[in-house]
Design a protein. Structure first.
Length: 282
């Protein structure tokens, strides 16, 4: 057992001052310790939640390392800056699922491997399946991950524009079967056509969602309380402002198997801001 850490904290939600003791990562209320000064004092905030992350990509461990090493390094950075829950809508591998079973890490909710048709995503990142195989694969990934599956709904066509990866009826049938098995479906959808198909299919989340409109939000809320997850990068927020036009061209943030320079730079900045908890990649 490590030495207990005695903290006098002001709670951010109500401004009350509480005496806390932290032992082996467990936080508990404590009576004041008159014989000992606090080890630290300041504001106490709840753990943060990262709602869209791919831990195996752009890891500070480097692309040459094995998946579990990359995932642990990325999770170490998240933990160091106060993230205690990570939602990972898809991955090129199963390493995050293994991390979720280990103590001492942020809680990880993953969606198994990305699912795309052949040629329908960046080379080497997705489990490639045909339209006829999609429903079975999606049910299987949801079962393996614990509940979620991630479908790549669109990708770059020959003209550099995003085009749907799946016929709308195939996507809809897949969602029905995953739901019947007790799972949930996240869909990467950038183009208007892919967003339309995802919302009509009743998916549980639309990831990126550049073309999501107020009408889509209303339909998703009315259907099942589903939501969208926007990410910010060089292309801006991936939720289109009402009435704003956007060309759905290749973003500059997912440039290949190793992730992207922006994402890697963001993690590097997080590491620099958390010098007491550098990633352990041994």
């Amino acid at each position: 057992m490590n030495r207990p850490l005695y903290v006098r904290g002001t709670m951010v939600e109500d401004g009350q001052v509480r005496e806390l003791v932290i032992v082996d990562g467990v936080v508990a209320d404590a009576t004041p310790m008159p014989s000992r000064e606090p080890d630290a004092a300041g504001w106490v905030v709840p753990g943060l939640a990262d709602v869209h992350n791919h831990l195996s990509l752009a890891s500070p461990a480097g692309d040459h390392e094995e998946p579990l090493v990359r995932v642990r390094a990325s999770a170490s950075v998240e933990l160091a800056v106060g993230v205690l829950a990570i939602r990972e809508p898809g991955s090129p591998d199963d390493a995050s699922r293994l991390l979720a079973s280990e103590a001492g890490w942020p809680r990880v909710v993953t969606a198994g491997r990305f699912l795309s048709p052949p040629g329908g995503y960046f080379p080497g990142l997705a489990r490639e399946v045909t339209a006829a195989e999609l429903a079975t694969a999606a049910v299987g990934e949801a079962a393996r991950s614990g509940r979620w599956t991630k479908i790549i709904g669109d990708f770059l066509g020959g003209a550099g524009e995003f085009i749907p990866n799946w016929p709308a009826d195939v996507l809809a049938d897949t969602v029905v079967k995953v739901h019947a098995a007790g799972g949930r479906v996240a869909v990467h959808a950038v183009s208007p056509e892919a967003v339309d198909a995802a919302v009509a299919a009743g998916v549980d989340s639309v990831e990126h969602g550049w073309a999501v409109t107020d009408a889509h939000f209303a339909a998703m809320r009315a259907d099942s309380g589903a939501g969208t997850c926007g990410r910010r990068d060089g292309a801006g927020w991936h939720r289109r402002r009402p009435g704003a036009a956007r060309r759905h061209r290749r973003p500059d943030h997912d440039a290949g198997r190793g992730g992207n320079a922006r994402h890697r730079g963001h993690r590097r900045r997080l590491v620099d801001r958390a010098p007491l908890a550098r990633p352990d990649v041994s």
